[in-house]
Every structure is written in C-alpha cells, then in structure tokens.
Design a protein around this ligand. Structure first.
Ligand code: HSE
Length: 422
C-alpha cells in the first residue's frame, strides 16, 4: 500500500482537527483511497502543552524536524499568519515537498509568488481549507465548472459574522455575546476583528475570484466593510421591509474585464436562497456561462470541517500526478471603483426641529433620492432611518461626510447596501 508521510506546522484548531480525523477515520480513509497517510512530524511552538493529541507522534518546536526529513512527502501549513508560515512553505517547496495550507491571509497577500514557485518546481499546493472551510469551492471551480466562464460569485464567506448576525436576529442575542460564543466554538480568527471587519471574507473572495477569473487578485483589490455597526434595530427594520442582512462577498466581471469586488453587509430579499444560510454556515453561489447558477453551502469554519478540506487536498495531491496550474493565464482586469446601489442609512440625531430637512437637503444635493423614512418616538439620541433609490457609492460617502459634520448628528452614520436582485 502506498504510504504518504506528512509533516504539520501548527497544532491549533485546524491542526488538532486533522490529527483527530486521521486518528478516528484513518482506517476508512485507507480503505477508500488505498493510501496510508502517516503523520511523521509535528512542529508547534507549544507542543508540550498539547497533551494526548500528540500521543505516538514525533513533535518539537524546531522546524528542522520537518524541513530536514527527506521522507516527508507533504507539508501541512496550519499555523496561520504571514511569518514564519511563508518561510516554511517556501522552504518546503524548495525541498521538493508539496504543501497544503489553510492560510488565506498568506495566499491573498503572497499567493502569486507561492503559486509560481510551486509551478516552477512542479509541485502541488492545496488550499481548499483556506476558502469557506469544508465547502469544496476550489475543487468545484477547477473540476466541476472547469469549462465555464465565471461571471459572478456571491458568497457568505465568514462563519463568525453569519453566526453573529443570525444569533442577533433569531435569538435577540446582543453583538458581544454572539461574538464571544463564536470565539468559544472555534469559528473566529485569533484576532476576531479580522472576521467582523470583513477582512477574512475579503481575503477569501480575493483568492476565489482570482481562481475564477484566471488571474491573481490581491486582498487590497477588494473593498471591504464589516458588521460591527449593525444593531438589532437594523435587523428588525430590514425584516419589516422583507429583507435579511448578510455579510456578502461579491465578485462580478464584465466582458470588458471590469471587475467589481466587494465585501459588505447587505439587505437581501428574505426569500433569496442566501437569506436562508444560518449560523456559522457559509455559502457560495457561482454564476457561470455553461452550468448556470450553482450553490454550495455548508460549514465554513470550525475544527473538523476545515480539517476535512485539508484532508481532501491530501488525497487529491497523493492521487494526482500533475500539479494544478493556479496561475493559468494572466487575465487583464480593471477594478470597478464606484457602483450604484440602493442604501439604508441610519442617522443618530438630536431631536430638534429641521433635522430631517437638513438631512434631506444634503442627500438631494448629492443626487440621492429617498424611498422611505422611519423614525420612532423616543428620547435623544433619535435614530432616523432613510432608504434610497439607487445612488453612486461615492455620492453616498460624500453625503455622509457632510451630514456627519452637522452639529445635530451625534454618532457616525451607518450605511448598508440594499440589493433587491442578486
Ligand atoms: N474565522 C473564519 C470564519 C473561519 O469565521 O469564517 C476560518 O476561515
């Protein structure tokens, strides 16, 4: 039976999930694949504290136990962060070892260099786990949909944010409580501000759209907004108007190569399929030339789901003789900087004569037309909510800047895009 020796950098949530999965399901994996996957070495800076999970496994905090072992065929980089993860990957590729990584931050920043090195060395680099946990989105793009031109990707790409929003909506949990629970369940990044600010979803969208549009797209190309400003009242006003809020990643490309890349909260129709994606679930909807729309939904975060994606790459790499070409052609794209959306705007104001008139005047001056206005009676500060017809993002930003400078405004204005049709 073929034996594949594995070295693992990093024994956090995902690394431990991989060890647990191989321990519990190793025999079945052997029977299904005809391959004996053997974890030969684990490098982790706090390996001494990891207890029984490392039973019978050679472990150290010294990377040379992996780098200097010529018998290791595949290296799993599961430590996260940029350095030393990047150096470990580069060193492994230079030493002739294929690599599997769950590190979207690294690939969204340095993927071009890493993919090129793997290609030059004719080695594999698997990163299914880096985008949407257990969802087979990379394999779907490169196998099932390979003949298609991808026109658009619409995704719920961050489990922590979806968990927070749905817990706030369905169980009236407050934001901090829901975030804490997401952290306790192992969904959030080590620094959860990367989740709630939209950066994690932005990195995943950059990677995914790069593969879909046949070019390298860096995370800097994605305009990102997060969910930290969303309150219960936004969710309930949205619901009363037939919308549900989700943090969406959107990538669209036109025939002329103009590419829209955005991560932001959006109000979408309550009957849209993405509105049904609950808790830490992720979903990715591909709009493609030949296959039409295809939806993949499932667990986008957590130890065992992400480990399952890592192991699926281990199997693909061990069975394939030809490495995947991730930088297939340098498609020339240009980023769309401004776009028209409907908006929901929440202003926190003094309760004073003329407030509404002042806001309306500034919106009108920026060519923004109002569709509805909501205000509930109550103590100062008062929340005034306005929805708009389609307007340019730049006009909305200008109007908010002017409005937020008014003495009647007591907190920064919150804006959420309304997308009636995805
Ligand atoms: N922190 C990520 C999320 C999981 O909440 O989706 C890993 O990508």
């Amino acid at each position: 039976m073929k034996r594949v020796n594995i070295g693992i950098f990093g024994l956090g949530t995902v690394g431990q999930g991989v060890l647990q999965s191989l321990r519990e399901r190793g025999e079945s994996l052997k029977a299904r694949t005809g391959i004996d996957f053997h974890v030969k070495a684990v490098c982790d800076r706090s390996y001494k504290k990891k207890g029984t999970v490392l039973k019978n496994i050679h472990a150290s905090d010294n990377p040379s136990i992996i780098h200097d072992d010529p018998e290791i065929d595949i290296v799993l980089e599961l430590m996260g962060g940029i350095e030393p993860a990047k150096s470990h990957i580069v060193k492994s590729l230079l030493a002739g070892q294929s690599v599997v990584t769950a590190n979207k931050a690294l690939l969204a920043a340095h993927g071009e260099e890493i993919f090129k090195l793997a290609q030059d060395k004719f080695l594999h680099i698997g990163f299914e786990a880096a985008v949407a946990g257990a969802l087979p989105v990379i394999k779907t793009l490169r196998r099932t949909l390979v003949i298609n031109q991808i026109h658009g990707i619409y995704g719920i790409l961050n489990g922590t944010c979806n968990f927070i929003i749905t817990k706030m909506q369905n169980e009236s949990m407050d934001y901090d409580e829901a975030l804490k629970l997401a952290q306790d369940k192992g969904f959030a990044e080590a620094d959860p501000s990367f989740d709630v600010n939209g950066n994690d979803a932005g990195q995943k969208l950059a990677l995914l759209s790069g593969i879909a549009f046949d070019t390298f797209i860096s995370e800097d190309s994605v305009q990102v907004e997060g969910i930290a400003e969303i309150r219960q009242m936004d969710l309930s006003i949205a619901e009363s108007m037939g919308w549900i809020i989700r943090l969406l990643g959107i990538a669209k490309i036109s025939d002329d190569g103009s590419c829209l890349l955005r991560v932001h909260p959006a109000m979408i129709p309550e009957n849209h399929i993405l509105a049904h994606v609950q808790d830490e679930k992720n979903a990715v909807l591909f709009d493609s030339s030949h296959s039409g729309p295809s939806l993949i939904m499932g667990n986008g975060a957590g130890s065992l789901p992400t480990a399952a994606a890592v192991i699926s790459d281990l199997v693909s790499i061990s069975k394939n003789t030809e490495p995947e070409i991730w930088m297939s052609s340098a498609n020339s794209i240009k980023m769309v900087k401004d776009y028209r959306y409907r908006f929901y705007l929440r202003f926190q104001t003094r309760d004073k004569t003329g407030v509404l008139a002042e806001i309306a005047e500034i919106l009108a001056k920026n060519d923004i037309s109002i569709t509805t206005v909501h205000q509930q009676e109550g103590e100062e500060p008062v929340d005034v909510v306005v929805t708009t017809h389609e307007a340019w993002e730049s006009s909305i930003r200008n109007a908010i800047k002017t409005i937020d400078a008014l003495p009647i405004i007591l907190a920064p204005t919150v804006s959420i895009r309304i997308i009636d049709q995805l």
